[in-house]
Design a protein around this ligand. Structure first.
Ligand code: ZN
Length: 243
């Protein structure tokens, strides 16, 4: 039993004598093309957290489904938080899980947007400054996957995959197949360099960044498995290191 919300008080009290790490999944509520669910990023983080929770001595926190989204902002379905809200949420949750005995905090984000990740990192840095015994990891799943691909490049066939493309389609085919509806045409958006764009949808009509057609459920399973191994190593490294 690894889900924080499934435990009774005495079980949690006993477990925290030996378990030092909590994984806090973060997602985003945003468009993922015409074929993937709006909760794709949270589903990915939840699936990975659950797998790590089954194999490691960690607890899995209830997820934060929302995140900060920028380039998908004008597409139907995207519900974004502000930078300050993401940072404040991460900070409050970190303080609370630490107060409840968790020494190691893993913020696991299924959404890899730069500003969203900066908000989580800012919260993590603040926690390090105020809590002398806390250890923090801020992990986004795209970075984790990039590392996995340096060892196993054959796992992804198409180039320039970033959003609702081959990787996320494969992951959802493995983790939430009932929520995938067919596929979508390959697309790579054409945002101008340096310019901030008001009408984002004009430059990115389909909301796909990559080639969903190349995805398969077996591939998604292999990616999830590789990500799980890598994240377990991150957690072992964090638990073994100095605060
Ligand atoms: Zn996504």
């Amino acid at each position: 039993m690894t889900q924080w919300t499934d435990l009774r008080m005495p079980e949690l009290e006993a477990l925290r004598e030996t378990v030092r790490t909590v994984v806090i999944p973060f997602g985003a509520v945003e468009e993922h093309g015409p074929h993937l669910p709006l909760g794709t990023d949270a589903f990915h983080a939840l699936e990975l957290a659950a797998r790590v929770g089954r194999e490691g001595r960690v607890l899995v926190a209830p997820p934060v489904y929302y995140g900060l989204c920028r380039s998908t902002r004008e597409h139907p379905g995207t519900i974004s938080l502000s930078f300050d809200t993401v940072r404040a949420l991460a900070l409050d949750l970190g303080r609370e899980f630490h107060r409840q005995g968790m020494e190691c905090l893993v913020y696991l984000s299924g959404h890899a947007g730069g500003v969203h990740m900066a908000a989580l990192t800012e919260a993590g840095e603040r926690l390090l400054a105020e809590l002398p015994r806390v250890k923090v990891a801020v992990v986004n799943i795209l970075d984790l996957l990039r590392e996995v691909l340096t060892e196993r490049p054959e796992l992804v066939k198409s180039r320039g995959d970033a959003h609702a493309g081959e990787v996320e389609t494969a992951l959802m085919l493995a983790a939430r197949p009932h929520l995938v509806q067919g596929s979508a045409p390959a697309e790579w958006p054409a945002f101008p360099k340096y310019l901030l764009v008001r009408d984002k949808r004009r430059h990115w009509p389909g909301g796909v960044w990559g080639d969903p057609g190349a995805a398969s459920a077996d591939q998604g399973e292999a990616i999830l498995e590789a990500e799980t191994r890598r994240l377990l190593r991150v957690i072992a490294q964090m638990e073994a290191g100095d605060p």
